[in-house]
Design a protein around this ligand. Structure first.
Ligand code: ACO
Length: 326
């Protein structure tokens, strides 16, 4: 049998940092409100010229270097993003070109905050079925470019960044089980209304700011906790494990109150839950990618550990993945 495993992780954050104090000067908000309601203190913001593929590139290069693999060895590149460089070509194709990954089939996956987990599981399928040997999976977002900087209910939440994982085949099972799902009936809760075939961009859509993220935060909050707990439990059950076996939970970083509620329901103490929301805010698909990379860099993950990735996002979509680190 051949099994998928992660052999290299990378990340990149654009250098510009926006603090809560900076936001106090832009909208009617306060460091106190943002900190207590979300847990966020700072976030990184891409410059005008920094597209999603541009910030994905250094993350991908670092992951390849750590995997000791050349881009020429890649059979596929999957970029999870809801902030692509363009509708088409895909962000993955830009990345393929920059990396000179000559034989890599390349595509984007749009599964919002669960995108990195979706992409890992799809890559697992390609590797374990024998279709591919080496795959680069990236979660990269420039949410700041779709943010209405006059809307205090959303602009304080999001940040930009990219995380990358190189997957290859091995002889020991590492991705023990996963749980992916979707419920499109909740699509309106988190949506970019204009710019697609439903509502093409026009002077009217721009005037009405329909090209910016619209979110019903309250309703999402209530669903998020239940969905993340259910997804994690389902994936653990499929792996014949329970939450007592988890070494580290790496959750999507949307709101510290969501993360704490999920941890409580899974009976996990705070030191077993990875947190970087205070530094980066919600970076959609890049959140779990960067969190996994940083947890590894901080030596919180070692061989034999059970690590659970867990996320939900606009769509709605959700995903949990149980990994035994090999
Ligand atoms: N500063 C100060 N006050 C604010 C701000 C702000 N930045 N934003 C909202 N408020 C006010 C509201 O106007 C409201 O005032 P009112 O009571 O006078 O009407 C009050 O604060 C409470 O607003 P709520 O929306 O009820 O605040 P809540 O505690 O729910 O927190 C938040 C809002 C942080 C958005 C929360 O609901 C949340 O995190 N939701 C989930 C978000 C999420 O997970 N998104 C999905 C993933 S993202 C993805 O897929 C890309």
């Amino acid at each position: 049998m051949r099994y998928a495993r992660i052999i290299g992780l990378g990340k990149y954050l654009p250098p510009k940092v926006l603090t809560n104090q900076d936001l106090e000067k832009i909208v009617d908000t306060s460091d106190e409100w943002i900190t207590t309601r979300t847990g966020i203190k700072t976030r990184h913001i891409a410059q005008d010229k920094e597209s999603t593929s541009a910030i994905a590139l250094p993350a991908a290069r670092l992951a390849l270097k750590r995997a000791q693999l050349s881009a020429k060895d890649l059979d596929a590149i999957i970029v999870a993003t809801i902030t692509p460089d363009n509708q088409f070509p895909s962000t993955a194709c830009y990345l393929q070109h920059y990396l000179k990954a000559e034989k890599a089939a390349s595509l984007d996956i749009a599964a919002a905050c669960a995108g990195f987990i979706y992409a890992l599981v799809y890559a697992q399928g390609l590797i374990e079925s024998g279709i591919a040997n080496n795959i680069l999976v990236v979660g990269a977002e420039t949410l700041s470019k779709l943010t209405d900087w006059e809307d205090r209910s959303t602009c304080v939440l999001f940040g930009d960044g990219a995380g990358a994982a190189v997957l290859s085949s091995g002889r020991k099972k590492s991705f023990l089980a996963s749980s992916l799902g979707a419920d499109g009936s909740y699509g309106e809760l988190l949506i970019l209304p204009a710019g697609g075939s439903r509502l093409p961009t026009s002077k009217k859509t721009v005037k009405e700011k329909m090209h910016f993220i619209k979110m019903k935060g309250n309703e999402l909050f209530r669903l998020a906790v239940r969905i993340m707990v259910d997804a994690a439990k389902d994936a653990l059950k499929k792996a014949n494990l329970d939450s007592t076996k988890i070494k580290l939970l790496v959750p999507h970083q949307a709101n510290i109150r969501i993360i704490n509620a999920v941890a409580t329901r899974l009976k996990l103490p705070s030191h077993m839950v990875y947190l970087n929301i205070q530094r980066y805010g919600n970076m959609s698909s890049a959140s779990t990618a960067i969190a996994l990379c940083e947890a590894y860099e901080e030596e919180l993950i070692k061989k034999g550990d059970i690590v659970v990735l867990d996320a939900f996002g606009g769509g709605l979509v959700w995903g949990a993945l149980v990994i035994e680190w090999v």
